[in-house]
Design a protein around this ligand. Structure first.
Ligand code: PHE
Length: 470
């Protein structure tokens, strides 16, 4: 029985901002700069941009087309256009959504806590931010409060529905995010040594690019664009037929890449202005940046630091709502239950599922070192398995679904609606070719490499060494 309460986006811009909001998140502002810092600055940028346009864009188009054609949640879409067995792929997507949100919300909670501590507390008088961060993520009550708060805000927005909740929130937060980002860039470019940061960021060092950088870049591109788990199938199901999928997907991709690029443009001058090493990894945002904000003095530090963490919260929030929407849409569409009730229930369950990740930074030693997973933390385990591995795998299976089951001609037909010029175009041939041959093969290989790397600690360099290729 079709659900009467599905709702939908009211406008093209509403959909684009919501989908771009899903894409733009911690991945862009927290993870991208430190990945770039570690992997040769601009060289990483070039590889990342190429992968995104050549391979991820077609996948995004495919996801939106599936969702709009079926007009259902991710499970319902695969089942309707495929069969019950393909529906399992949808269930995998829902599982990924739940698991990714479970750890993502923990990190978002840290950002939320930092925002409050910088704006209203005395974070800027801390003597040692490494220690502070260690204590902070170890503090049970702080963690509980902030991640619970973040999940509650997410649930509040999702419970309000697609138009009044997700679209309305994205229409406010995305422009605000861009504005804050541009202001911060403007400011950081005026700092001493800013140009050193820019040239580190923008002059490519291709010697740092090895095959071992390429497949994490692909994994990151999938995560950053919210691909491979049906977030965009779900959002696509709320899009009107008159809209042009190709150009919408293009705009979303450009927005995501631009924010990642701009985040680097903001962060590297900040880092170089204080003479800090640019490759400090995940702690970059939570340890290095606060010490830089402190150096700005109590007033300016509060303004710049508070704005930065507000930016991070907005980015994370538009992503957490898309993650929560995936399981919520499943229950609304398939089980015909009220969005209001089920949203809060699912949010509570996901919060509980996230407890091991939340407690994995030291509070509970057993979650800090998982013996079955190279002594890594529970948060690393969930992040690596469900985002780094499952998303490219989900993308690979989605291509197979389109090629082997739904049919590429059906996908094309869906895209013609709202874009008659697509028929017979070069782009159509390119998308069909990559979806049939390049993406499934490449993503299949990536998935195998990631399994070898994550589960068995065998890297590509080890493999090529073994085979005597290098
Ligand atoms: N794209 C988001 C980010 O970059 C994360 C995300 C992944 C959101 C998968 C939805 C689905 O932070």
């Amino acid at each position: 029985m079709p659900s009467v309460t599905r709702g939908g986006f009211s406008s093209r811009i509403g959909f684009i901002l919501a989908a771009a909001g899903s894409a733009v998140g911690l991945g862009n502002i927290w993870k991208f700069p430190y990945e770039a810092g570690k992997n040769g600055g601009a060289a990483f940028l070039v590889v990342y941009f190429l992968l995104t346009f050549l391979f991820c864009y077609p996948i995004m188009v495919g996801e939106i087309a599936i969702g709009r054609r079926a007009g259902k949640d991710v499970y319902g879409s695969y089942k309707l256009l495929g069969n019950k067995n393909w529906g399992l792929l949808g269930l995998l997507g829902i599982l990924c959504g739940i698991m990714i949100l479970s750890f993502y919300n923990v990190v978002a909670g840290w950002a939320f806590g930092y925002f409050l501590e910088i704006s209203f507390g005395n974070l800027l008088s801390e003597p040692d931010y490494g220690k502070f961060f260690g204590n902070y993520v170890n503090d049970f009550w702080d963690n509980l409060l902030f991640s619970l708060g973040f999940m509650a805000i997410t649930a509040y927005i999702v419970a309000k529905g697609v138009k009044q909740g997700i679209e309305a929130a994205s229409k406010i937060m995305m422009p605000a995010l861009l504005l804050i980002l541009l202001l911060l860039i403007g400011y950081s470019l005026t700092l001493p040594n800013a140009m050193k940061g820019i040239s580190f960021y923008l002059l490519p060092d291709f010697s740092k690019i090895t095959l071992d950088t390429i497949y994490p870049a692909m994994g990151h591109a999938f995560f950053s664009l919210s691909l491979g788990m049906g977030a965009l199938i779900t959002y696509g199901s709320y899009v009107e037929k008159k809209q042009n999928i190709m150009s919408a997907a293009f705009t979303i991709t450009i927005m995501d890449m631009s924010v990642a690029f701009l985040a680097g443009l903001m962060i590297f001058p900040l880092i170089f202005s204080q003479g800090v090493a640019p490759d400090s990894g995940p702690s970059l945002v939570f340890v290095v940046l606060p010490s830089i904000f402190k150096a700005f003095g109590p007033v300016l530090g509060k303004v710049v630091g508070g704005s930065f963490f507000l930016l991070l919260c907005f980015a994370a929030l538009t992503s957490t709502i898309s993650l929560l929407e995936v399981p919520v849409a499943y229950f609304v569409d398939e089980k015909n239950v009220s969005r209001q009730k089920v949203t809060w229930l699912i949010a509570a369950v996901i919060f509980i599922v996230g407890l091991p990740s939340m407690l994995s930074q030291g509070v509970v030693p057993a979650f800090n070192k998982l013996h079955f997973y190279h002594d890594k933390t529970a948060l690393d385990f969930v992040a690596e398995v469900f985002s780094e591995l499952c998303l490219p795998l989900g993308g690979c299976l989605m291509c197979l679904f389109i090629v082997l089951r739904w049919g590429q001609h059906n996908m094309s037909k869906e895209i013609y609606e709202g874009n008659p010029g697509y028929e017979g175009s070069f782009l159509e041939k390119y998308i069909n070719f990559t979806m049939r041959y390049v993406c499934p093969i490449l993503l299949g290989i990536f998935s195998i490499l990631i399994v070898l790397d994550k589960l068995f600690s065998v890297t590509l360099d080890d493999l090529t060494g073994l085979l005597g290729v290098r």
